[in-house]
Design a protein around this ligand. Structure first.
Ligand code: ZN
Length: 418
């Protein structure tokens, strides 16, 4: 049995919480009495564990960058009790066998739920549908399918995938990047790319796919999720789709809520990411879209790469940033310190809503008796300096190194275990 006393919830209530086995057994207004061996949470906040729908764990195939175990450690350190591993591993997670392997590795690590995402197409080739049904029926019960890293650019394949997952209330998560408009693209297309001479990645390459796919989702009455929205125009399209009743949800990454394309000026590949960092105007639109709920959730797009793939010349560097351990702090900095969102909003965007979209029933629940004890204790008034070397992730490619960020994760309770 675990007792937590004087914990503040996102709604401001201060409570005592009892955990027994895998469940929360009691939540009552703080009695102010000391309980022997209780965790004294005075000044701290107790929130539902965070849920990430976009995590690259690199296993199988690129274990030098990350493994299911090291990714789980990184997730727990960042306050996540559930993550979703993207399918672009080697071999690709396009069969029941591979998703079951990842699912079992997640169980063996035992630090958070690891829910595999299945590939939409075989080998991410964009041409033939993967074994979607077999992955959905497997022990991993896959519900999210994505070719992330690549766009499902063929509209007929996208249509078929949307139709297929509809039969079991699955969802297609699209990496919106029109490939013909982004050949060799390196960074956001705009004044910075023109000045420093890197090939530009136009906003329309993302928006053209978002527009097409929301129309496809409407046409086949299926569920579409847009990964990592980065442009103001993308937010407008999703706003339009939601007003029309189309079943579309969307995510934004912490790095796109904070960083802009002018950081690329010194050609430091730490800022090389897909989709690219955009302009301040886009950043403000993303923040407003998230506050408004047009963008439903925050997702990390945690993309670990070994040092040699990032610590090199811009053109040969890999796209991607790690994000699990900084996500909460960056969202607090960009959304709560700016007063755009409340703590309840943050819990909604980082726990409740992602769990609902993915159907993770043990996650994102209210802090109440008989609910699964997937909880985190945070110190909202603490600050910390990001030291890449101290990250639990096997890879250290964070763009936030040296930055002073608000809020620390003190404790994680995963299925009742501390
Ligand atoms: Zn992506």
């Amino acid at each position: 049995m675990i007792n937590i006393i004087n914990a503040k919830l996102a709604n401001g209530d201060v409570v005592d919480v009892q955990i027994n086995g895998e469940l929360i057994t009691k939540v009552s207004p703080a009695a102010g009495t000391k309980i022997k061996e209780a965790i004294d949470a005075t000044g701290k906040m107790l929130l539902p564990g965070l849920v990430d729908l976009h995590t690259h764990l690199r296993e199988p195939g690129q274990e030098d960058a990350e493994t299911v175990l090291t990714g789980s450690k990184s997730a727990a350190a960042g306050g996540f009790t559930a993550i979703s591993s993207m399918a672009n591993t080697n071999p690709v997670a396009d069969t029941a066998g591979v998703v079951e392997q990842i699912y079992r590795l997640g169980k063996a690590a035992g630090l958070c739920d690891v829910n595999p995402i299945g590939a939409v197409t075989k080998g991410l080739d964009g041409e033939k549908l993967s074994e979607i049904g077999a992955m959905a029926d497997s022990i991993a019960k896959v519900r999210i399918f994505s070719d992330d890293g690549k766009c499902v650019s063929d509209p007929l394949i996208m249509r078929r995938a949307l139709e297929y997952v509809k039969t079991f209330n699955g969802i297609i998560a699209q990496h919106a990047q029109e490939p013909r408009l982004t050949v060799d693209a390196q960074m956001n297309e705009g004044s910075v790319s023109a000045r420093i001479g890197l090939k530009g990645w136009p906003a329309i390459a993302e928006e053209a796919i978002i527009a097409r796919d929301i129309l496809l989702a409407e046409h086949v009455q299926s569920r579409l999720h847009i990964c990592h929205v980065t442009t103001a125009g993308g937010v407008d399209l999703i706003r339009w789709a939601k007003a029309r009743g189309i079943q579309v949800t969307a995510e934004v990454t912490p790095h796109h809520l904070l960083l802009t394309d002018d950081l690329v000026e010194n050609y430091d590949p730490i800022y090389k990411v897909n989709p690219p960092l955009r302009t301040q105007k886009d950043v403000m639109a993303l923040r407003e879209g998230l506050a408004e709920g047009i963008i439903d959730i925050v997702a990390t797009d945690h993309a670990p790469h070994p040092t040699e793939d990032k610590d090199c010349e811009w053109h040969s560097a890999a796209f991607g940033m790690v994000g699990l351990e900084t996500a909460l702090s960056v969202v607090v900095k960009t959304m709560i310190e700016s007063k755009l969102m409340s703590w309840s909003d943050l819990v909604n965007r980082m726990s409740i809503k992602p769990a609902q979209i993915a159907g993770y029933q043990q996650q994102g629940q209210e802090i109440a008796a008989n609910q699964p004890a997937n909880l985190i204790l945070i110190d909202p008034s603490a600050t910390w300096q990001v030291n890449p070397k101290s990250l639990r992730s096997k890879s250290k490619n964070t763009p936030f190194g040296g930055m002073q960020l608000p809020t620390t994760v003190i404790d994680v309770f995963y299925n009742g275990k501390r």
